[in-house]
Write a protein that binds this ligand. Structure first.
Ligand SMILES: CC(=O)CC(=O)C(=O)O
Ligand SMILES: [Mg+2]
Length: 219
């Protein structure tokens, strides 16, 4: 593993996000379950780390939380096989895909890109780099999220429609994935609104005592 991945945020060129990768979440928003991965991007200016805050732009009032499993690319990949996809992974992180749902729905209804609703500054709160060796892709990771101490999301990566290697195979057919790039793999059910003054706590737990927590205030 290249040491530079510890600071993946500073070298990351692309945050590629996957939508509707858990059928329960697709259904809760009245969306159909996809037959191919749905891909969009966030700019790297969306990154925010503890102890900084998630900032809601002044004219917005329907910001939703989405807890997600992040995959960080080590080796460049272009049109890779499943085996090459697995070998290209450098590590993982816990991340949030903060989304202005009202704006996203308006854009969706007009057939316009979601970028602003998902790519504003601080829309990608993100935890520390977790080396690849700490998580086996054959195991399931539990992802959860609380708002002000109340559990809102609780899901398992085993319920993803498209697995991590399948996502890398699919994306790399069209977009070259580079060292430091981050893939957000979609959110489980339970997304909902946060308001200024709320505190979000998110966690990731798995085999071999994997336990990772992060906290952000919403301002
Ligand atoms: C409906 C969405 O916002 C898609 C998305 O980001 C997801 O994680 O699912
Ligand atoms: Mg998402």
């Amino acid at each position: 593993m290249a040491d530079s991945l510890k600071n993946f945020r500073s070298i990351c060129k692309k945050i590629i996000a996957v939508g509707r990768n858990y059928s329960e979440h697709a259904s809760e928003l009245g969306n159909t379950v996809p037959t191919k991965p749905i891909i969009f991007m966030k700019p790297t200016s969306a990154f925010v780390t503890e102890p900084n805050d998630i900032r809601i732009p002044a004219d917005w009032d329907e910001l939703h939380h989405e807890v997600e499993f992040g995959v960080i690319i080590d080796k460049q990949c272009q049109n890779v096989s499943k085996e090459e996809a697995e070998a290209s992974i450098g590590g993982y992180c816990l991340a949030l895909d903060m989304t202005e749902r009202k704006l996203q729905n308006e854009l969706k209804d007009q057939g316009l890109p979601w970028l602003l609703s998902k790519g504003f500054d601080t829309s990608c709160p993100c935890g520390d780099f977790i080396p690849k060796e700490k998580i086996s892709l054959s195991s399931s990771v539990n992802l959860w999220l609380n708002v002000n101490g109340n559990r809102r999301q609780n899901g398992h990566t085993r319920d993803m429609i498209f697995s991590v290697p399948d996502l890398i195979v699919y994306i790399s057919k069209y977009i070259t994935l580079e060292h430091g790039d981050l893939i957000l793999t979609g959110t489980p059910a339970g997304v909902g609104p946060v308001r200024r003054g709320d505190q979000i706590e998110a966690g990731m737990e798995g085999e071999h005592d994997l336990k990772y927590l992060m906290k952000f205030n919403v301002v």
